[in-house]
Design a protein around this ligand. Structure first.
Ligand code: URA
Length: 427
């Protein structure tokens, strides 16, 4: 017979939770038999005392067991997914999913909507006229067989324990615990039923993890959980101190992703798309396929069009455009040395690209276009940023967020790598 108070006391005193205690408390909380205040207290004890990697793996498995697992055994290709911990201008899922599918894998990207300063993949794709996020399990499997690429909403049945626990952590100051973050992310990914997974752990001002040590800690926790549950898992730690690419905001990011799929686009978006594709193809046993070739010869773009059409979207349709565009210009000549990702993310959000509450709608055309990126030489009066919105009254708030967000200097900027580290199972 278990008691929530006993479980809380073990962790409060720095002890290790047994497998039975973890299974029981996660299940009982999901069914409403452990009260919110008891789970909040346990979450705080976990935040302060930590969990071992064995406890974290078991906690994750218990969250997976709280709901359904998507059955992908019938899919005839190797299944592989990518998860990013979220960043400003991170539209990589859009070119990556059809690219990896065009290379021969099946990629089910079950995604979410944005909250706060980072955008959600579904919000981005919903700027394409007709595109629909909600698919049944049957439709997901059929599309994986026919197209190989699916980006859709995660069904309610996957890891319901996480949904309940995440809402509780959000209001009790317990989001920041690495074991709780890692188990939250991985429970949803494991419930997707894929054979392998690549994680893009963002690091820098625009990310959840602001410094490299914390990012490494999270990446290791994620890879350990994946490996313990039988998934081939690895992680790249990538820079998020500067927005990724030039576009931040839903339709703006779709347009940039299409540029990449047509062989153009910003070099950092191309670099990261290819690096993640190589990791995914490696896990899927397809390392002999060169994703750069598949991107260059139009097969990835073809796969994008088929993926969008399969979900009711019109890939040739015009994307929504903002009714108002304001331009921020360079105050002096020099080299742009800083462009703070977090500030740009907040500005885009204030212009209407993001939501403050889950129930809010996003403005598909709103966002920020970064016309110059760090390292670029600029002259006084040259446009640096475009602020796109349907509501011009939001511009002063966006401008305020951008105060001090960029720096122009006489000296050249030392270029910093986009990919900061890689974490694999054996390292
Ligand atoms: N994303 C998640 O899915 N869970 C967390 O706990 C944090 C970020």
């Amino acid at each position: 017979m278990h008691s929530a108070v006993d479980v809380i006391r073990v962790k409060r005193d720095g002890g290790r939770l047994s497998d039975e205690q973890i299974d029981w408390v996660v299940d009982a909380y999901t069914r409403g038999q452990v009260a919110d205040e008891q789970m909040a207290s346990l979450a705080m004890a976990i935040l302060l005392r930590g969990m071992t990697s064995e406890e974290t793996a078991r906690w994750t498995a218990a969250m997976v067991a709280s709901g359904e697992v998507l059955a992908l055994d019938s899919v005839r290709k190797p299944t592989v997914d990518k998860h990013s911990t979220g960043g400003v201008g991170d539209k990589i899922t859009l070119p990556l999913t059809p690219l990896v599918a065009a290379c021969g894998a099946a990629v089910p990207q079950l995604s979410g909507r944005g909250l706060g300063h980072t955008g959600g993949t579904l919000d981005k794709l919903e700027s394409i006229p007709g595109w629909r996020a909600q698919l049944s399990d049957e439709e997901i499997r059929a599309q994986l067989d026919e197209v190989g690429a699916v980006v859709c909403a995660a069904t309610e049945g996957l890891a319901p324990a996480d949904r309940k626990l995440y809402a509780l952590r959000d209001v009790t100051g317990t989001v920041e615990s690495i074991p709780l973050i890692a188990s939250s992310i991985m429970s949803k990914k494991i419930a997707e039923g894929v054979q392998s997974l690549v994680l893009d752990v963002k690091c820098g001002s625009g990310a959840f993890m602001k410094d490299l040590d914390r990012a490494r800690e999270l990446a290791t926790a994620l890879v350990d959980i994946g490996t313990a549950s039988g998934l081939r898992t690895s992680a790249l730690i990538t820079d998020m101190s500067v927005p990724l690419g030039r576009a931040v905001g839903n339709a703006l990011e779709v347009a940039e992703a299409v540029d990449v799929l047509r062989g153009g686009g910003p070099p950092d978006v191309v670099e990261l798309t290819l690096a993640l594709a190589r990791e995914m193809l490696d896990h899927a046993g397809l390392s002999d396929v060169d994703p750069a070739e598949v991107l260059a010869d139009g097969r990835a773009y073809d796969s994008w069009r088929r993926m969008i059409k399969a979900q009711g979207g019109d890939p040739e349709a015009e994307l929504p455009r903002a009714r108002h565009i304001d331009v921020v210009t360079a105050p002096e000549d020099g080299v742009l040395t800083e462009l703070d990702a977090f500030a740009v993310g907040i500005a885009a959000w204030r212009l209407g690209a993001g939501r403050a509450r889950k129930e809010d709608d996003v403005e598909h055309a709103a966002g920020v276009l970064c016309l110059a990126k760090p390292g670029d030489r600029v002259t006084a009066g040259q446009p640096l940023l475009e602020l796109h919105t349907d509501r011009p009254e939001t511009v002063p708030g966006a401008g305020e967020a951008l105060q001090g967000a960029y720096e122009i200097s006489g000296a050249d900027r030392r270029s910093t790598p986009l990919i900061l580290d890689r974490v694999a199972a054996s390292s």
